[in-house]
Design a protein around this ligand. Structure first.
Ligand SMILES: Nc1ncnc2c1ncn2[C@@H]1O[C@H](COP(=O)(O)OP(=O)(O)O)[C@@H](O)[C@H]1O
Ligand SMILES: [Mg+2]
Length: 247
């Protein structure tokens, strides 16, 4: 589904990704772990097509197509969803407006009919209920005044509504208490654990992986994948640290 080969990327002329290769098949959940500053978020941004991140070498194909050729909105329409480490606040735009615009823009560019207000509300309510997010949160401006846990739940509601084929979730577990962690973990499993979908889960901790069992675990250090393994690798990292396991 996703194939990254020898990816080099820089920000402001500084090389951050230094020959990263990774392949993720449909039906798989991969965890990316690694020290601070290794380039994990950069990888997510490059996949999402964020401006300012320049790819200087290598390739990314998504379902056989060149992902790097596509604009960010085209990537989203193709099924790529990026969950942020720090969700953005959008004052003045309600959650419902934002989500409906996002979904309908994607549907339109795929040649599908946009959802009516009523159809959309039904979908949004069902997703909010499934994540235990209060209905009135849907009417509030996007992420404004949301607690850390509420932002992450809101992100899962977004993901449920958008229903992407491929999700990159960057430290979705940061700042969550145990109950919220379980809700987010269940959300990822419910929305994304399907034979046609795949997930790249960027995390520092084993605890999210207790809820969302990865098929593969990779260590990203200094801009490349330095080690890959099965779920046991995450336990090994937790016990021994990155320096010991994948220097
Ligand atoms: N806008 C930027 N300008 C310059 N350097 C940046 C910028 N954003 C990130 N970096 C640098 O890129 C490196 C990788 O950052 P990041 O991808 O956020 O790491 P991680 O998510 O693994 O902690 C860090 O050294 C960071 O300081
Ligand atoms: Mg990061």
């Amino acid at each position: 589904m996703l194939k990254i080969e020898n990816l080099h990327a820089e920000i402001d002329g500084k090389e951050i990704l230094k020959g990263l290769s990774l392949e993720v098949n449909a039906g798989e959940i991969h965890a990316i772990m690694g020290p601070n500053g290794a380039g994990k978020s950069t990888l997510g941004y490059v996949l999402g097509g964020r401006p300012g991140y320049e790819v200087t070498a290598g390739s990314i194909t998504f379902n056989g197509e060149d992902l790097l050729e596509k604009e960010p909105h085209e990537r989203a329409a193709a099924g790529v969803f990026l969950g942020f480490q720090y969700p953005v606040e959008i004052p003045g735009v309600s959650n419902v407006q934002f989500l409906r615009e996002s979904l309908n823009a994607q549907r339109t560019s795929r040649g599908e009919k946009p959802l009516s207000g009523a159809e959309f509300l039904k979908l949004a309510r069902a997703q909010a209920d499934a994540l235990g997010l209060q209905q009135d949160m849907l009417k509030r401006p996007v992420n404004v005044g949301f607690s850390g846990g509420e932002k992450k739940r809101n992100e899962m509601v977004q993901m449920g509504i958008i229903d992407p084929a491929f999700a990159i979730l960057d430290e979705t577990d940061s700042g969550l208490d145990i109950d919220a962690l379980r809700i987010v973990g269940d959300g990822i499993n419910r929305i994304m654990r399907k034979p046609t979908k795949a997930v790249l889960l960027i995390t520092h901790y084993q605890r999210l992986l207790d809820y969302v069992q990865p098929d593969r675990v990779h260590v990203l250090a200094d801009g490349r994948i330095t080690r890959s393994g099965g779920p046991e690798l995450a336990h090994e990292l937790e016990r021994q640290g990155y320096a010991e396991v994948a220097a």
